[in-house]
Design a protein around this ligand. Structure first.
Ligand SMILES: [Zn+2]
Length: 466
């Protein structure tokens, strides 16, 4: 089976040119001009005319939580619904987080997540491991996980009693990755101080959703980010800060990078487009916007955009972790600290970053591709198979119509959640054709994917340069 995608503007992280893309089976065979005429692409089984469209790599979202257990409930998207929604939105690879249970091995966590994901996933997926306990056997097991294609480990500086590790544990884990080549990813918020504030606010009867934001000030994200980078510098290893939300945390990353520390960070669309004002919406509606770190005052957004332009932020992921407003977020009706933390986003990332980034003039199309696909592929050991359009790479391709105007809404999205954080927001851009390994998943507004067709991707070691 061959497919010729012709006359589109082909965008990679390196350049942008009008060209044809020839797909043979699961791989890209050629990218070049006039492939139909010169013979290589003549007689292709299928031809897609991409004139006036951008032809770009499928998105790679390295931070999702399908059916994550949290706060006595589960994220509402499973690996079937969540990956179908991702494909609708132009994302063809996710890296989700397997969770180590207390008293369990890392392998048990990994196997449990593989069992959930493999029969259901519509798109290719990798896994990171959330490590909740550090001891000698677990440190040794990190090496084994790397051999199984899971070279990245997320540790928490927040959520005492649930996920939080102390500095000694974090430093021991980092020291292990100095030997085994793994990567430590950190949720950087000072969980101890935040917990004291939360208890104080609740005791004062401040129970509304906005207090979630007020009890997790950005100074405590800045502090933890600075500490994470200092620990990584001491261990002599790279470090990756997940879901960076604030100016203070960005400044910590920039200072580290400026003195030569290999510190990396991602941000998420919610921190670029939403703010503390959304958490403060009247009644209980703010609960729709409860995630951690919390949404910040709107003046942080310009700093984050600048970070994306200057490469102090290298990746845009979603932290997709949806909970229904009506029967899940409601658990915290009288206590903001009981609102399940997380937002839906996996379907909207590609278009949101295009609309607010490229169409609005903040970033170029090549930088867009780098942020949404190429850099995540390189850092998380998926390059050169994923994240670019080049001969030999997987044919994970989006044909993107930059002129299509549409309105984001829960009534039209495909994520299994009863609200949209972007309800009513008008955006420019639509992934019209979405292809994974040569198979069309979305075309002409129809979904053609298959649960279980996505493959587990064993990943290579962290490599910022490719
Ligand atoms: Zn997360």
């Amino acid at each position: 089976m061959t497919t010729l995608i012709k006359n589109g503007t082909v965008v990679t992280a390196a350049d942008m040119t009008v060209a044809d893309v020839l797909v043979d089976g699961e791989r890209i065979q050629a990218v070049g001009t006039g492939l139909a005429e010169t013979g290589t692409g003549a007689g292709a089984d299928t031809v897609i005319d991409a004139a006036g469209r951008y032809v770009m790599p499928g998105g790679i979202d390295v931070h999702t939580h399908m059916e994550l257990p949290f706060g006595g409930t589960f994220a509402s998207d499973d690996f079937a619904t969540g990956t179908a929604a991702a494909a609708w939105g132009g994302t063809t690879t996710i890296v989700d987080f397997a969770v180590q249970g207390y008293g369990e091995s890392l392998a048990q966590g990994l196997d449990a997540w593989l069992a959930k994901a493999e029969p259901k996933s519509h798109i290719d997926f990798g896994l990171h491991l959330i490590v909740r306990e550090i001891n000698e056997p677990i440190l040794r097991e990190m090496d084994t996980m790397i051999d199984r294609g899971v070279p990245s480990f997320k540790l928490f500086m927040a959520y005492p009693g649930v996920f939080m590790l102390d500095d000694a544990s974090i430093f021991r884990a980092m020291s292990r990755t100095a030997d085994n080549g793994g990567l430590i990813m950190l949720h950087a918020e000072n969980g101890g101080a935040i917990d004291v504030l939360v208890q104080r606010y609740l005791a004062e009867g401040k129970t509304a959703p906005v207090n979630h934001g007020l009890t997790r000030p950005s100074s405590m994200e800045g502090e933890a980010t600075h500490r994470a980078i200092a620990l990584a510098e001491l261990a002599g290893v790279p470090v990756y800060i997940v879901h960076l939300s604030s100016r203070e945390a960005l400044n910590a990353v920039r200072e580290g990078r400026d003195r030569g520390v290999p510190a990396y960070a991602e941000t998420c669309p919610q921190y670029l487009y939403l703010s503390l004002d959304d958490l403060a919406r009247p009644g209980f509606e703010g609960a729709k916007f409860v995630c951690s770190p919390p949404l910040r005052p709107a003046d942080h957004q310009a700093d984050l955009w600048r970070g994306l332009i200057t490469d102090d932020l290298q990746v845009v992921s979603t932290d997709h972790c949806p909970f229904d407003y009506k029967d899940q977020k409601i658990l915290g009706k009288d206590d903001f600290s009981a609102i399940p933390n997380g937002l839906p986003g996996v379907e909207d990332r590609y278009t949101l970053l295009w609309d607010g980034g490229v169409a609005a003039g903040h970033i170029t199309p090549t930088r867009f591709v780098e942020l949404i696909a190429t850099a995540p592929a390189r850092m998380f050991g998926l390059h050169p198979r994923k994240g670019t359009l080049a001969p030999g790479a997987d044919a994970d391709i989006v044909v993107f119509n930059p002129d299509a105007e549409r309105t984001l809404s829960a009534s039209t999205h495909h994520m299994r959640v009863d609200y949209s954080c972007y309800e009513g927001r008008k955006v420019r851009g639509l992934p019209e054709v979405v292809m994974q390994r040569g198979r069309v998943l979305v075309q002409d507004g129809k979904f053609l994917g298959q649960p279980g067709a996505g493959q587990f991707l064993p990943r290579g070691r962290f490599s910022p340069g490719g």
